[in-house]
Design a protein around this ligand. Sequence first.
Ligand code: HEM
Length: 404
Amino acid sequence: MTVEDVQHPLVTHFDHHSVDFAHTAIDTVNTLREQAPVAWSDAYDGFWVVTRHDLVSEGFRDFESFSSRKGASIPALSFGSTHIPTSMDPPQHAVYRRILTPWFSQTAMGKREPWMRERVRELVTGLRDRGSWDFVPDLADIMPGTVTLTILGVDPARQQEFLAAMARGMANQGTTDPDVRAEMERDKQWLVDQILAEAADRRATPRDDLMTVLATEQLPDGSKITDAQIIDIVMVLLLAGFHTTSGALTALLVHIEHRPELRQRLMAEPDRIPAAIEETVRLYAPATGMARLVTKDREFGGVRMREGDMAFLLIMAASRDPRQFEDADEMDLDRNNGKSVAFGWGVHRCLGLHLARILLKIQMETIFEVVPDYRIDLERVRLSDTMGIGYLHESVPASIGGAR
Ligand code: HEM
């Protein structure tokens, strides 16, 4: 599609993976939304940027006009774009989603809560004993992947290797550097080999874990999930939960370091922590936005979209839309977040949201309990140079009482 094809859209160079965007993300999305509810970006191969809350919600809901079959990322993820269930539309989507849902339900997460608490307490006690630490690598980046790999049944001794390979893939998603891309290819192949070996192992020796279900489950049409599909599913599970939950934890910690009165309130009233978590994911969008393929020519938000166009539903912009949220840029612990799109909406709404919510709650409660006098060194806090996948910190240094 060329610029001439569309009806007077706002044309921008909006590139969510650029360093410029990383340093101005919130201002950029707030400005863009007020300039145009739907703009055209000429980055990558060109795509629509949808920014207003009502339109982003509609895009998520209307899977017939906005299909997931080209994947949810722009550009397509280096780890392939046939991810399951992310890149599937109904009714096929439901077949796979039904297999995964019980493993990530609120009940399933509740059963794992004591184990999660124990692991988090061990980690936070370790931080206290060290006296100073970095919340990103030392806590936030460890737990989400650990929980997902444990649900899959991956041996705890091997989990670190998995997490490191995924981290490199995510950090470099927007890169065009051939050397970095070659390294990502090697990481991908390594992960593929590991996943296939795990699946083969479960076929030989079934256990009570999700990998066993993926390796042995019979689908409604009588077929088995293929090796290629198992790879797709596991990749999504690892990718989707990895940085999102980590980004949410550090965003909340940094936010309340700037607002001591809020930190005091949360410490005094820990039952408000879940509200703070919902506000954090709304305000900081750990998932920046999701891509969709436009399936038919149509008018949308004042522009004429064409079949085959890509659209990017910019959650980060929708979540601060003043038309939907009063004082949208403020953290309001009494806000009703029933319409938040931070975890998506419709059939693809986040599979891991109970995991994310419970883990974030446990982490905040444990931090307040075990290191109540921690201080974050705000001068050394570093935001990521790439916000394309989500609002992320690279470094959040902290210490007991602020001593270094
Ligand atoms: C604060 C943390 C998280 C946020 C903000 C978040 C956000 C999202 C969003 C916006 C979507 C919608 C994708 C789309 O519409 O295409 C999604 C889907 C998904 N999320 Fe999360 N996520 C989080 C944590 C997790 C975790 C911990 C997992 C762990 C398994 C996870 C697994 C998934 C999966 C598998 C999907 C795809 C669901 C489908 O296509 O049916 N997420 N997430």
